[in-house]
Design a protein around this ligand. Structure first.
Ligand SMILES: C[S@@+](CC[C@H](N)C(=O)[O-])C[C@H]1O[C@@H](n2cnc3c(N)ncnc32)[C@H](O)[C@@H]1O
Length: 446
């Protein structure tokens, strides 16, 4: 089928500049793992904490699609993390140069649980694919002439109880980028050679006056424009749009018929950055703002922050209803950071009956109360016992202890320091353990 012009142009870019720049041989050095791909977070936010993935050779496969998978970071991560489980990871991209790099990475790692599709995601309705449990589509929809068509194509192959992770650009933080894109378009208007476009743009970048907005915010972009691939993606893209919060809700919820579960990611991509209380002092003005609908609060937070360049979020049919709840007593609470558990237990005597403010780097302050109840609960939270079992073991004042548990849980969950899972959740290896396991397997093969 003849593709619309803009898709051809986008395809040409990613054939010449496969993104992100990756050398397959780096697989021997490290495993790339991304914040929102953490299955602990996916389980908690998207599957009510009830996700269970069967072991290899058992049950039905857990089906993951990475749409616009590029040079393969997310595909490799999912396939590696779930190597011993019954999982089918589908790679889909229009760029054959990208697929080659991703395939080489998978080959080096000896991964055999990936299905490779060299296709446009707009063709999904014609591909006769079975439905997916989880779809990752990061940095892709904003490059389509009609992003809604792309979103609806993905929705058509999402299971009703499945979920997605999408990242699209954010408008305000990228204002300097759009100025530079406009500039690059004008200086390259008659230039067909992509590499010449890159060189022309570099020449301009070298000569920007200090008061230019891109130069003022240079720190934010410098990592990206270090490589020609990154520079092309940021400043020379032929098809690129961004969203403010209200535009995002219109796109995903009103037009797309899906619901945002939560914003997810590091630093200013985390839900905390979307909360006006992270910026404003307690008082009348903040109270007024917090009385507004969540969407409006987030729109205000985006404008206060001013520096958001991406919106990264989970979505599903149920929206917030997909998040694990501490009211489900069968779920198992666990610390994502065991040092915090030790800190609470070891400092109990020192801080008894007082409140302690702990700084969570880049995110804000966690207030903890060192009461008898909290410490008794923390000691019992071991990642194995369910909430019900913990309350039974404590044996007395269940209502009071449950109330304290919820208070503790919500404080920690705000920073994603405590999550909930079912007893059937797979035992996952850490990044370090996975890389060690791969290198051992590799040296045995070789
Ligand atoms: C910025 S890259 C992101 C790659 C990857 N998702 C990541 O985050 O590392 C965008 C990718 O989307 C792919 N792409 C663009 N339009 C597409 C389409 N219509 N169908 C499938 N892939 C597409 C490009 O080829 C490119 O690999």
């Amino acid at each position: 089928m003849k593709q619309p012009y803009s898709l051809e142009e986008v395809q040409k870019q990613y054939e010449n500049y496969p993104y992100p720049p990756r050398d397959p041989n780096d697989e021997y050095k490290r495993l790339v793992m991304l914040y929102a791909n953490d299955l602990h977070l996916i389980n908690h936010y998207c599957f009510k904490g009830e996700l269970s993935i069967p072991k290899k050779g058992e049950g039905e496969p857990f089906r993951i699609l990475v749409a616009g998978a590029g040079t393969g970071d997310s595909v490799i991560e999912f396939a590696e993390v779930l190597r011993d489980y019954n999982v089918e990871v589908t790679y889909l991209d229009i760029s054959s140069a990208s697929i080659e790099i991703a395939k080489k990475r998978a080959e080096i790692r000896g991964l055999d649980n990936i299905v490779w599709l060299h296709e446009s995601l707009l063709e999904i309705p014609n591909l006769n694919l079975s439905k997916f449990d989880y779809i990752n589509c990061v940095g892709v929809l904003h490059h389509l002439a009609n992003p809604l068509e792309g979103l609806l194509a993905l929705k058509s192959i999402l299971k009703k109880d499945g979920a997605m992770h999408i990242m699209v650009y954010a408008q305000y933080g990228r204002v300097p980028v759009y100025m530079m894109q406009e500039l690059a378009k004008r200086i390259n208007s008659n230039e067909a050679n992509l590499q010449k476009r890159v060189e022309n743009t570099k020449a301009i970048l070298k000569n920007l006056p200090d008061r230019n907005w891109f130069k003022i915010s240079y720190k934010r972009w410098q990592e990206e424009i270090k490589t020609d691939i990154g520079l092309y993606d940021l400043l020379l893209h032929s098809q690129d749009r961004a969203y403010t919060i209200p535009q995002l809700y219109d796109f995903i919820e009103k037009e797309g018929g899906l619901k945002i579960i939560e914003f997810i990611g590091n630093y200013n991509r985390n839900k905390i950055a979307y909360n006006p209380a992270s910026y404003l002092p307690k008082g009348e003005l903040l109270e007024k703002i917090l009385a507004k609908p969540k969407e409006e609060q987030q729109a205000i937070a985006e404008l206060i922050a001013g520096d958001m360049v991406k919106h990264s979020f989970y979505l599903s049919y149920e929206g917030e209803g997909s998040i694990a709840s501490p009211e489900n007593l069968e779920l198992v609470p666990y610390f994502r950071n065991l040092e915090l558990k030790s800190f609470i237990i070891n400092n109990y005597k020192k801080f008894k009956n007082s409140r302690v403010k702990l700084e969570i780097k880049g995110r804000g302050y966690l207030e903890l109360e060192f009461t008898n109840e909290i410490v008794a609960l923390v000691e019992k939270i071991d990642g194995k016992k369910s909430i019900k079992e913990i309350l039974n073991e404590i044996g007395k004042d269940s209502k009071k202890y449950f109330k304290s548990f919820k208070k503790l849980y919500y404080r920690l969950f705000q920073f994603e320091l405590m999550l909930l899972k079912s007893k059937k959740f797979p035992l996952l290896l850490s990044q370090k353990q996975l890389q060690k396991q791969f290198l051992e397997k590799y040296s045995n093969r070789g």
